[in-house]
Design a protein around this ligand. Structure first.
Ligand SMILES: [Cu+2]
Length: 713
């Protein structure tokens, strides 16, 4: 092939002409022509589009030019062509692949297109005898969606509104006409048939494999349904699933048959192990394991009946006082160690006064304070005492006569708040002082109900927020007390101790008057009320109320739930278990005042399954950390992170006489994380005194996980 360029030919003609003109003179030697190289290589004058869709013409088409070694464009004398081919992977290149080089030394393509799997490709350009050129990266995405396939189907059956469990959350795959996955496409879920309403996040986006996953879908409806998943105008339909109406228990809850004890379990404690320690008046304490229903005696040499108690930061139970005789307390201190399910060998340090019906409260600094009760001489033990880990420190500056089992709580300001039974609430500062010495009481706000609330139940249902329900009705109740009502009250009051100047206000009343009721905060933040008596007098067992009811803090309203089987009045207890059921038991183990005739002794408990356990699949936790610090962010692993709408923890209970001395609950802030949820622990010990709490995750239906024991320190 002749490689003489056109320019050289023209210079040759010019050279000949010049020679002819100057032949009679001294020849003039012209400058040598500039060197002109032959083309040696191809280069891209215009790069093809850097991204394209499957089967679509590239939006920017490549232009290839012929260059010499210096990068100068060279026009070949003879016809030349450039051919394009795809490089890498399984894609194919379509369009006119071979183009003729034009008069400017360029080959211009105008209809190239890539087809095949998503990926990164290059186009290689070749021309005979020249070094090839290779384009920059071209990212090939999917073409228009042609098919949406449901690869994980919704559950075959589900409840109305149930959040489908993670394994049955739909997954779909979007492909183009060639069966290639399409990345980055939005997929909308909807109810395709059946008429129900879709709940949850209805939008998904495909990943590099064309896969979109849904995380928290559920359908409010009944009967046969299908879901549709639409991407780019194409819809895939799920298999048919059947929705059942919620069972009646989803509205009422359900009571299990009674479980028998050898004792009346009227002091009841949820230990960090998940086992339950309880004792009554007659017999020895027992440990009940809810998982196996085994009972094991945990003998002790003190009569712990009518003691006060709360858990220490290390999870051991501190018991203040006990029973010398009716209205006569012991000075004893006892500690139960759940690690060995046994009592710490004594004798431990005695209190200054005996205590029968005191309340023990765990303080933010990890110490515990015991308040009230009667001593060996039936006198009110009016001086609180603080347990510092080895001895009791009296608070003579806080000398004050209070009735039995004060409803005491640590408030967000770090003080102990006396919520009742008396009308005027009080503040105890264990670190303050008066002229009489360490400790100081100051007055707080008064109740709305203008009578004594003896044997009403109070619970801190949320950080700093207390509900006080029922009580009163015993004209003969022990001194000191306020004016008494002849019948108990159905009224309930709330107070928010987060306020700088808190005050009591009425919330809605219960459906029925109650004393000796138990109020128990549930994982969903609502408060369950069980048992009690509606008639006046100390323990009018003939007026027992078996209907339970639940208070919703968001609305302030009560809803009546299922009734249990056994009358439970004086000495009844209720307590939340980690599986989110409530144990309600005991009653009796006491004589009718002034007689030797006993009330019915209920050596049993019943388990209540709240409505939230009948609303479908539960979130799961695996694992949560065993120990967290104040203000610490901690990870709680769950496959249902996207389904979690609330995180709450509830302190392990230590309850008797219609009051959980250890009880309090807090909502915790959280965010969703890769492995579940990232939860923030309460900032200070005023908000959550050190010790053990049961952590729950909840979904939008208020369905709780099984709780995990977490210690804050
Ligand atoms: Cu009692």
């Amino acid at each position: 092939m002749t490689r003489t360029p056109t320019l050289v030919t023209r210079l040759g003609i010019l050279l000949l002409a010049t020679s002819a003109i100057t032949c009679t003179s001294d020849p003039v030697r012209p400058d040598p022509p500039p060197p002109v190289d032959a083309p040696t290589r191809l280069a891209l004058a215009t790069q093809p589009a850097s991204a394209t869709q499957n089967g679509q013409v590239l939006s920017v088409q490549p232009v290839v030019e012929l260059q010499d070694d210096d990068g100068t464009v060279v026009v070949p004398e003879d016809e030349a062509t450039v051919t394009a081919a795809v490089e890498g992977g399984a894609a194919t290149l379509g369009g006119t692949l071979t183009r003729t080089v034009d008069a400017n030394g360029r080959a211009t393509f105008d209809d190239l297109q890539l087809s095949g799997p998503s990926g990164t490709y290059h186009i290689r350009f070749t021309s005979s005898g020249l070094t090839a050129a290779v384009s920059d990266n071209i990212v090939l995405g999917g073409g228009p969606p042609a098919s949406v396939t449901v690869t994980t189907q919704p559950p075959a059956t589900a409840l109305r509104g149930e959040v489908f469990e993670p394994a049955a959350q739909p997954v779909v795959r979007v492909t183009d006409a060639g069966g290639n996955p399409i990345a980055g496409v939005e997929v909308m879920a909807s109810v395709a048939s059946g008429g129900g309403t879709l709940e949850g996040g209805a939008t998904g986006t495909t990943d590099a494999d064309g896969v979109a996953s849904f995380l928290d879908l559920g359908v409010v409806g009944t009967g046969a349904h299908t879901l549709g998943f639409t991407a780019g105008g194409v819809t895939g339909t799920s298999s048919t699933f059947t929705l059942s109406p919620l069972p009646p228990e989803a509205s009422t809850g359900k009571w299990d048959p009674p479980v028998l004890w050898d004792i009346v379990p009227l002091h009841m404690h949820l230990m960090p192990t998940g086992r339950v320690l309880a004792w009554g008046k007659a017999g020895q304490p027992f440990v009940w394991d809810p998982s196996s229903n085994n009972f094991t005696m945990a003998a002790v040499d003190t009569m712990l009946f009518c003691a006060g108690h709360a858990f220490m930061p290390d999870g051991r139970l501190l018991v203040s006082g006990g029973h010398l005789a009716d209205d006569q307390g012991l000075q004893s201190t006892n500690i139960f160690d759940p690690a060995s399910d046994s009592w710490v060998p004594g004798p431990l340090a005695l209190m200054a006064r005996g205590r029968w019906y005191p309340t023990v409260t765990t303080l933010p600094d990890g110490r515990l304070v015991t308040v009230a009760g009667r001593d060996a001489n039936e006198n009110v033990a009016s001086t609180p005492e603080v347990w510092n880990g080895s001895a009791w420190i009296p608070l003579p500056g806080a000398d004050l006569q209070l009735p039995y089992y004060p409803r005491n709580f640590v408030a967000p300001n770090g003080l102990v708040f006396y919520a009742g039974e008396r009308i005027l609430s009080l503040w105890l500062d264990v670190n303050g002082s008066t002229a009489s010495g360490l400790g100081r009481w100051t007055s707080g706000p008064s109740h709305q109900w203008s009578f004594n609330r003896d044997y009403g139940s109070a619970v801190m249902y949320e950080t700093g927020k207390i509900l006080y329900a029922g009580g009163g009705g015993d004209p003969g109740s022990n001194q000191p007390r306020d004016v008494t009502s002849p019948v108990p009250t159905e009224t309930a009051e709330i107070i928010d101790l987060n306020d700088a100047s808190p005050s009591w206000s009425y919330t809605s009343p219960m459906s029925v008057r109650r004393r000796h009721l138990n109020a128990t905060v549930l994982p969903d933040g609502q408060v369950l009320v069980t048992g009690g008596l509606s008639g006046g007098g100390f323990n009018n067992i003939g007026s027992a109320v078996r209907t339970s009811e639940i208070w919703n803090p968001a609305t302030g309203s009560w809803t009546t739930l299922a009734s249990n089987a056994i009358d439970r009045g004086y000495h009844a207890v209720s307590m939340l278990l980690p599986d989110a059921t409530v144990v309600h038991g005991s009653s009796g183990d006491a004589n009718i005042p002034g007689t030797t005739q006993p009330y019915p002794a209920q050596k049993n408990h019943e388990i209540f399954r709240p409505p939230y356990l009948f609303k479908g699949a539960r979130p799961t936790i695996d694992p949560a950390p065993a120990t967290v610090g104040y203000g610490q962010s901690f990870e709680v692993a769950t496959p249902t992170g996207a389904q979690i709408t609330q995180v709450r923890w509830i302190r392990i209970a230590s309850t008797t006489h219609s009051f959980d001395q250890n009880g309090r609950a807090s909502s915790l802030t959280f965010s969703r994380s890769a492995a579940g949820v990232s939860v923030t622990a309460p900032a200070t010990a005023n908000l959550a005194p050190p010790g053990h709490y049961v952590l729950f995750l909840l979904n939008r239906n208020g369905v709780p996980s099984i709780g995990k024991m977490v210690k804050i320190q």
